[in-house]
Design a protein around this ligand. Structure first.
Ligand code: ZN
Length: 449
């Protein structure tokens, strides 16, 4: 179902008129109420009256994460403190946390954009929603919670952790929709398997997963192990939280951006020049309706592309491709840009391997070396162990070599780089429950530093 068809199916011309009017109003408001941004406007010599609509967007300066840090905690807020109802913050593992605020109007929009996403993924009023995003300063838990209630669902605020209990609640309640990070969806899937529950007996029908980059390989695993049709939900706390964009269950090919609230552009990471449809670059978002923390051309750092072609679901909202990685995650190895997600995709197509891997980048002399440590699947590991035990060492060796060669070839063909592959036993690499695992160890940085 489509939650707000009058907006989600709006013709482009009408949508652009709405966007232009909202942009003008937002820019004036920021100019009047946020001295930090007004000074920047003055430095580059532009005034709100120079912005007539979306076609003037390029004239505006970017806002970066460092601006939020430099104006910590409330320097970019455009609302009085007494008008705020809620504050969220990023974990701040690297320096000061990023603080975001919401007025009553902001929270209403937050609920609506998350409701659109839930409906897009197949949720309906009256269904049960198991929300296993973290509740707290992180926007995921409360954002999806509010989206579920806005849509008229029954929300189970499970949060993360105690996976065994989560599985029991899903079974006992007959829950239809799951929301969590893709890695936690796999943790839940493993727990179902451990308890001997067959995917076809799991009541779940849909899963909305996001908050970290994931791949088609992980999607296939989530779908088959949980018996669901999983869709992507994208967002970031600086913009609002989850609900910036979402995949429709019909196509699952790009996430529809809620463009009446969030204006999306793709720009060249080096020059900042806007790029056309289909070309990959950094996603830049301008909030059109946010009151407490309106952001002009916010540099998300996420690498993706846009697609304005018609979608079979009927929504006219532009679609953004699955985020390939962050510009800050990108590795340059032997002069080639490598994103960890590309490696994940490449090894995902090799039988006998899991999506669990770690990249080690080193430099011997002047040459970069990329090593990929990847875990074997349980089935293959058991097969090999049995062969070793029964002295069929040559067969076991042959199988390992074949898997290794296939992984190397797949990475060379898909990423364009030669790597060394190290096969590990299952569950060897560290896991973080619901969190984000460290996938890259760049030894070059240690040496340079
Ligand atoms: Zn669609």
């Amino acid at each position: 179902m489509i939650f707000e068809p009058e907006v989600e199916m709006m013709e482009r011309g009408a949508l652009e008129e709405v966007q232009s009017a909202r942009l003008r109003e937002m820019v004036s408001r920021v100019y009047e109420r946020v001295p930090y941004i007004r000074e920047r406007f003055e430095t580059i010599g532009i005034k709100p009256s120079d912005i007539n609509g979306v076609s003037d967007l390029w004239k505006l300066p970017f806002t970066k994460k460092s601006d939020l840090r430099d104006s910590y905690p409330f320097g970019l807020f455009a609302s009085d403190r007494s008008d705020l109802l809620r504050i969220h913050a990023s974990s701040g593992t690297t320096g000061k946390p990023t603080v975001v605020g919401y007025t009553a109007g902001d929270l209403e929009i937050f609920g609506k954009v998350c409701a659109r996403a839930l409906a897009g993924g197949g949720a309906e009023p009256g269904m049960l929603l198991h929300n296993a995003y973290g509740y707290g300063l992180f926007t995921g838990g409360l954002g999806i919670h509010q989206g579920g209630e806005t849509l008229g669902m029954v929300v189970v605020p499970a949060s993360t952790g105690m996976t065994e209990r989560q599985v029991r609640l899903i079974m006992d309640f007959g829950t239809q929709v799951l929301c969590c990070t893709p890695s936690y969806a796999l943790t839940i899937a493993r727990e179902f398997a451990k308890q001997g529950i067959d995917p076809k007996d799991i009541p779940l029908q849909a899963a909305l997963v996001g908050a970290e980059p994931w791949t088609e390989t992980m999607r296939a695993e989530i779908d088959s192990r949980l018996g669901v049709r999983s869709v992507n939900i994208y967002g970031l706390s600086e913009i609002i939280g989850p609900g910036v964009s979402f995949e429709c269950a019909e196509e699952r090919h790009g996430s529809h951006v809620n463009e009446d609230h969030f204006l999306a552009e793709i720009v060249d990471p080096d020059s900042g020049e806007p790029l056309p449809d289909g070309e990959e670059g950094v996603l830049v978002i301008t909030t059109l309706t946010k009151q407490a923390l309106p952001l002009i051309r916010y540099w998300t750092g996420d690498v993706t592309s846009l697609d304005h072609s018609r979608c079979s679901c009927g929504r006219t909202l532009v679609r953004m491709a699955m985020v390939k990685g962050r510009t800050d995650d990108m590795l340059i190895v032997k002069g080639i840009n490598v994103y960890p997600s590309q490696i994940e995709e490449a090894i995902g197509s090799v039988r006998g391997l899991t999506p669990y891997f770690r990249l080690l980048v080193d430099r011997s002399g002047t040459l970069d070396q990329l090593d990929v440590e990847v875990e074997l699947s349980k089935e293959v590991f058991e097969e090999i162990s049995a062969e070793f035990l029964s002295d069929e060492v040559i067969e076991a060796d042959q199988l390992l070599r074949t898997i290794k060669d296939r992984a190397k070839r797949s990475i060379r063909e898909n990423v364009g780089i030669s790597v060394r592959v190290m096969l590990l036993e299952p569950e060897r690499l560290p896991r973080s429950e619901g969190g984000k695992a460290q996938k890259v160890v760049d030894i070059r940085k240690v040496l340079v530093g």
